[in-house]
Design a protein. Structure first.
Length: 384
């Protein structure tokens, strides 16, 4: 029997996971990526226990821990640094048998590229998708350079601005959540920045994250409410981030001060209303192309990883690729819908600005029963 052929559009976290999982299952995979090089760019991210378990199921074991940092301590604090609560992330991770890992995006991408290519996937860089052409027995990808590739299945893993999604469902506008995010990684040391530390600091209409990604590197992010993301165009991003956290905990201010101007990125906080239908015929979506979500739960990349693994399982066990894609979508719908909705709700609560709601938020989390925090964390981190 001729091996199934799959084209993955996009060499991001979800696309590369899918490529590695599919190729390991004996499926021929071509990954087309518009970037001419996979460069050392981007910021950090959290690969939680659920995603680590998913990656272990396709043979990626230990690489994340070697290139990142296992989370040892997850805390919520006030802007000034007073402890609100410690979350039972490590406790639950230990129960489930896999750690949560903080890692630079580029390091994770290297791990996934290596796994995909070792399994036999073909990576085509500088290959920008112009449009896809569905057919009765095949689907074709037409690239900007004039080339055409054909396969049995096409997976749109090309992110929040997905070309594949736009062709399937039209120009669906993004939803702006009312705040901007600044992101950076930089070498950093501080007495309060301990090994495996993750700290979320809450202010009024502002937040800050401080994350150990290993090798003496910190990943930090800051958010600030604003109606117009472009209102301070021209002001250096590091300067804007410093103004945002002026007077905050010393480790917060020092982390921003230690960061070169060129290392800071800015993105508006955006998602989309959840779409139940992700595909048609021989085409489907995964990751941000299917279900973009806000970052408050730290599960965006994790959901893309889970998508890639579940999709490969579905394509591996069924002969009809169209049926397999619909089964994949049905299996992923409930979990990803819940993540999108919970991320949006938590994001709204975290960005509260008025004094009374802020005080209520801190009291709720400070006095939350440990059992409830444990149950909620476990529901996020489970993957079978």
């Amino acid at each position: 029997m001729t091996a199934m052929k799959v084209i993955v559009v996009g060499a991001g976290i979800g696309g590369l996971t899918a490529a590695a999982a599919l190729a390991r299952a004996g499926i021929h995979v071509d990954v087309v990526e518009r970037a001419p090089l996979l460069r050392e760019v981007g910021s950090g991210l959290g690969i939680m226990t659920n995603a680590v378990r998913a990656l272990r199921s396709i043979g990626i074991r230990g690489e994340l821990e070697r290139h990142g940092q296992v989370v040892e301590d997850f805390q919520f604090r006030t802007a000034r640094g007073a402890l609100i609560t410690s979350m039972p992330l490590k406790e639950v991770s230990d129960e489930l048998g896999a750690p949560s890992v903080s890692i630079h995006r580029a390091a994770l991408q290297r791990v996934l590229v290596s796994a995909a290519e070792a399994a036999g996937a073909q990576l085509h860089l500088g290959a920008s998708c112009r449009y896809v052409e569905p057919g009765a027995g095949t689907v074709r990808v037409h690239l900007e350079d004039g080339r055409t590739l054909a396969a049995d299945v096409l997976i749109g893993a090309d992110g929040i601005h997905s070309v594949v999604r736009k062709q399937l469902f039209g120009n669906e506008p993004l939803s702006y959540a009312g705040y901007v995010c600044w992101l950076a990684t930089t070498p950093f040391q501080h007495p309060r920045f301990t090994r495996g530390y993750v700290g979320h600091y809450w202010g009024r209409g502002k937040r800050f994250g401080l994350v150990d990604i290993g090798a003496g590197q910190v990943y930090w992010w800051a958010t600030q409410n604003t109606r117009d993301p472009a209102s301070q165009t021209g002001v250096p991003l590091r300067q804007r981030a410093l103004a945002c956290v002026a007077g905050w905990a010393d480790e917060v201010v020092r982390a921003v001060e230690a960061t070169p101007d060129s290392a800071v990125l800015e993105v508006p906080a955006q998602d989309r209303p959840f779409r139940s239908v992700w595909g048609s015929g021989r085409i489907t979506l995964l990751g941000d192309a299917a279900h973009p979500m806000l970052t408050s739960l730290g599960q965006g990349a994790c959901m893309a990883i889970e998508d890639g693994v579940v999709l490969a399982r579905c394509l591996q066990v069924r002969r009809d690729p169209i049926e397999s894609l619909r089964v994949y979508e049905a299996r992923r719908r409930r979990r990803t819908r819940g993540m999108v909705q919970r991320s949006r709700l938590l994001s709204m609560v975290e960005q509260w600005q008025r004094p009374l709601p802020v005080a209520l938020r801190e009291s709720y989390f400070r006095y939350m029963p440990r059992r409830l925090a444990h149950e909620q964390t476990r529901s996020l981190l489970q993957f079978a």
